[in-house]
Design a protein around this ligand. Structure first.
Ligand code: CP
Length: 308
């Protein structure tokens, strides 16, 4: 989108508010299409897309695959566990081999921060970042902002708190960039050990008290503890974490307003969010997933048309 004539989506950083509004306007049209009896358009029938997932995923992988199918694209799915990556092939060689079979676009999730940027510089294909390590998860941030807009009418002036493991979260970083671009105020909340030291450079508020953060916000985006990215302990026990930072009905009932509850998934019920809250009317967690298909259709369509 922003990086050269091939057009990629490598992160929210580098996008403009106008580009995000274009994505949202296009996603609105696709959301209407997805409500219709025939949920398909042949818009990308001449395009072949490879979904390369070097890390586990449920929502993002299925959502991209559905978005591509709804747009009529040909697709191939690749997971590292069953590929020749296990035999020592480099990322560039793997991707160049796939591209030689006339693939037009790569959607990639990878555990290494910057892997998508590296690929974009070294292969001739459009690259869409489906999450790169602790760095960015741009389509998640786009669908999150789109979901807030659909629930609250606009992002302008809204107060959004992102709660939990900010340090290891690509969702947090991409959300901070997108929410600020669209005029929202952002706070991060969690134990000091899970808030990165560079956070002050991002212009966000910081709180270590969930009840104060909830009293401040219009929207709470709850993140899970990313144990798979932690090689040391950042708090004494999950019980203590839940007592201080878990969102439950007791906490919501103390507020004099209804806030909107979000979670990018996967949820750890009873840790960062109780089942009662996750399944309540204040939660838009499943709407986020539903909107994700339309937002990803918009990104794929606009990139393929070089319209961003
Ligand atoms: N939100 C998200 O990225 O979920 P998955 O890891 O299941 O794709």
């Amino acid at each position: 989108m922003n990086q050269g004539e091939l057009n990629h989506l490598l992160g929210i950083k580098g996008l403009t508010a106008s580009q995000i509004h274009t994505i949202f306007d296009t996603a609105d049209n696709f959301l209407n299409l997805l409500q219709a009896p025939v949920k398909k358009t042949p818009a990308l029938r001449d395009i072949t897309i490879a979904n390369l997932f070097f890390e586990n995923s449920t929502r993002t992988r299925v959502s991209f695959e559905l978005a591509e199918k709804r747009l009529g694209a040909d697709i191939i799915n690749f997971s590292s566990s069953s590929s020749s990556v296990k035999k020592g092939e480099t990322l560039i060689d793997t991707v160049n081999n796939i591209l030689s079979m006339k693939v037009d676009m790569i959607v990639m999730r990878h555990p290494a921060p910057g892997a998508c940027m590296f690929l974009a510089k070294n292969v001739k294909s459009q690259i869409i970042n489906a999450g790169d390590g602790t760095h960015e998860h741009p389509t998640q941030a786009l669908l999150d902002a789109f979901s807030i807009k659909n629930r609250l009418g606009s992002l302008e002036g809204k107060k959004v708190v992102i709660v939990g493991d900010i340090k290891h979260s690509r969702v947090a970083l991409s959300n901070i960039y997108s929410l600020q671009l669209l005029g929202a105020e952002v706070m991060v909340c969690g134990p000091a050990t899970l808030i990165p030291k560079y956070i002050n450079q991002l212009g966000v508020k910081v709180s270590h008290n969930l009840d104060e953060a909830l009293a401040w916000c219009d929207v709470a985006n709850m993140l899970r503890i990313q144990l798979e990215r932690q090689d040391q302990r950042f708090f004494p026990s999950l019980n203590e974490y839940t007592n201080l930072y878990g969102l439950n009905m007791n906490r919501l009932n103390k507020l004099d307003k209804e806030i909107c509850i979000m979670h990018p998934g996967p949820i750890n019920r009873g840790v960062e969010i109780s089942s009662e809250v996750a399944d309540s009317n204040q939660s838009i967690i499943l709407q986020q997933v539903e909107n994700g298909v339309a937002v990803r259709m918009a990104v794929l369509f606009l990139l393929a048309q070089h319209k961003l």
